[in-house]
Design a protein around this ligand. Sequence first.
Ligand SMILES: C[S@@+](CC[C@H](N)C(=O)[O-])C[C@H]1O[C@@H](n2cnc3c(N)ncnc32)[C@H](O)[C@@H]1O
Length: 218
Amino acid sequence: MAHHLGKADWTDNERVQRMARTYSMRYDENFWNAFRSLTGIEPRPVVADFGCGPGLLLVDVAKRLKAHTAIAIDESEQMLSLAETNLREKTNLDSIIIQQVNLDTGKVQVASISIDLAFSGFMLHEVANPRDFVSDVFRLIKLGGIYVVYDYVSGNEERFVQKMIEQGMSEDGARKRYPHMCKHSADDIVSILESSGFVDCHALILDDIRAVVVGLKR
Ligand SMILES: C[S@@+](CC[C@H](N)C(=O)[O-])C[C@H]1O[C@@H](n2cnc3c(N)ncnc32)[C@H](O)[C@@H]1O
């Protein structure tokens, strides 16, 4: 069951497959350029994706940043099953940790201070309480580690509606979803990260409707 208009039913197999199919369109060159310029290319041995979906971002980040361990976290069993297959088939990681957690109500069970790079893609707008959630992420990151959030952002409803129509959504559906899917501005996300303890927070806005935001744990 969908909880609100910004959150789909991620146990539905067709939706799970669609997330995987649209991965390279959503994580396009614009995204990777922003990601690289905000995070650099230094190795990050332990990488974690909160709301990992099909796990394809984790595959790419683990390879690019020479990780030995990937932690895939999601509440959807269907997403995690695909993430595990993708990580096993497409990487040579020493360790693949799969955790099924509803991040609104439960906690991730990994040794604290273990994560070098944490990530959430198209997920922050779905969680019930973003500040509580990001504070939990903060606790699991090593000193010197970073958290990267990628999400739709508010500020340009027309561009969002146009993009959703291109992806097959009705105009009415896109307008109804705009306040939910574009729940935060890039500045809001920076402020959520800062209030959870992250420093040196920066945002890059891509094509008016997506932003990549990074924060450092010092
Ligand atoms: C739009 S999908 C994005 C998946 C993936 N990050 C990507 O970009 O391909 C959002 C994901 O976040 C997960 N998610 C949303 N709210 C969650 C929560 N409270 N706890 C755990 N996972 C959650 C969903 O199950 C889904 O897999």
